[in-house]
Design a protein around this ligand. Structure first.
Ligand code: ZN
Length: 395
């Protein structure tokens, strides 16, 4: 398997996540990439499983059995990588025409996270061919919808959480590595997030007689001012974590009113509250709604969360991170155990009691960007580390 070729093929197959927007056209959703991955796994002669998550969206899993030659026994290592990318609006390069320039490979998803996917595919290919003694069984799960709700990873965990025994997988993995652009560091901890829509409710009137109405936009102005002060003065004091710092709150979107000559009946914002590991998502939500209840004359309501993803705690994954760091550092990298602010599939997987570390090639600084790229040398290094972790570490 050639690394450049594998990565360029992945980039050339669009797998854009609509991120809740209406969409049309073949570039959206993960289906074509799922088919492509299934073809690769078939060519390796390995068993696969398609797991439906939503219409046109399926996780695809492949299993490489250990040399114990006993189905569903022995140590089990899970590798997770998401199939979806963010949209391509305002990109300055052709998103699906991969371009190689020196060590860089450009294209949507090159960094987040088809580079990491290529690294896992190459490591799996090499392990399948060499079958080193003592390697664990490896399940590579290519999950859907990471960028907008982590529903693919949540569905994946049902394979063991609900004891849905199948020939493919009948037990909980012993450890998990989630591919994301971590610059080859071991991410042991990250924040989670809860997001929801908040509305103000007024009364419509002709704008020539505004005193007859109750302007929902003015009400929202007071809500936003309250939230800005709350975010600055109160949210950071609600919790703290040694690796992830403090919680945050941000208002991301606003929309309201129907026309310039009508007093607005309704105004809506979207709130993003980041929690640190261990912080309760529902407490965070309730704390915000209680703040706003105290505003006189403001009629406010809150939708249920659009997303509630927990943080990744570093209480269970230290040993796995140490193994990754040892191997990476032996191979000339400078791998540290870190905490980061962004959320990943790892927290969802770790919630089912699996020590989970986020690790992969590329920098988060290049993820989601207008000219997204990855350094192919990092992809190669990541692949070698993943291979060695399976082949050389005692499981
Ligand atoms: Zn990602």
């Amino acid at each position: 398997m050639d690394l450049h070729k594998t990565l360029c093929e992945l980039i050339a197959i669009p797998s854009v996540n609509p991120m809740g927007r209406t969409f049309s056209g073949p570039g959206y959703l993960e289906g074509h990439l799922t088919d492509h991955l299934e073809g690769i796994f078939r060519s390796l002669d390995l068993p696969t499983l398609r797991q439906p998550v939503a219409a046109g969206r399926e996780n695809i899993l492949v299993r490489l059995d250990s040399n114990l030659n006993e189905l569903n026994s022995g140590p089990l290592l899970l590798w997770d990588v998401h199939q979806d990318t963010v949209p391509v609006d305002n990109m300055t390069i052709d998103p699906f025409l991969p371009r190689i320039d020196g060590h860089r490979v450009y294209g949507r998803g090159s960094c987040d996270v088809k580079g990491g996917m290529a690294a896992m595919l190459l490591a799996l290919d090499r392990l399948a061919k060499e079958r080193p003694a003592g390697m664990p069984t490896i399940v590579l799960a290519c999950t859907v919808n990471e960028e907008y709700g982590f529903s693919g990873a949540a569905k994946l965990t049902q394979l063991w959480a609900k004891k849905q025994t199948s020939d493919f997988l009948n037990r909980r993995p012993d450890a998990c590595i989630v591919a994301e652009p971590t610059n080859l560091h071991a991410i042991v901890s990250h924040k989670g997030a809860i997001r929801w829509k908040c509305h103000t409710h007024g009364r419509a009137a002709h704008s020539s007689l505004p005193e007859q109405g109750d302007n929902a936009i003015y009400q929202m102005g007071r809500v936003i001012q309250c939230l800005e002060e709350y975010a600055q003065n109160i949210v950071p004091s609600l919790a703290s974590h040694t690796l992830c710092g403090n919680p945050t709150l941000s208002v991301g979107t606003i929309s309201g009113g129907t026309s310039v000559n009508t007093v607005a009946e309704r105004c809506t914002i979207e709130i993003d509250r980041r929690v640190v590991p261990g912080e309760s998502l529902s407490d965070a939500y309730n704390h915000v709604t209680t703040q706003l209840e105290a505003l006189n004359g403001v009629h406010v309501s809150h939708d249920p969360p659009l997303l509630d993803a927990p943080g990744l705690s570093n209480t269970e994954n230290g040993e796995l991170a140490r193994r990754i760091s040892d191997i990476a550092n032996r191979q000339g990298m400078d791998c540290c155990s870190l905490g980061v602010p962004y959320a990943t599939n790892a927290a969802t997987i770790a919630q089912s009691g699996i020590p989970t570390v986020v690790f992969g090639p590329g920098s988060i600084d290049q993820a989601h960007t207008a000219d997204e790229w990855i350094d192919i040398r990092q992809v190669e290094a990541a692949s070698n580390i993943l291979y060695s972790l399976a082949a050389e570490s005692a499981w």
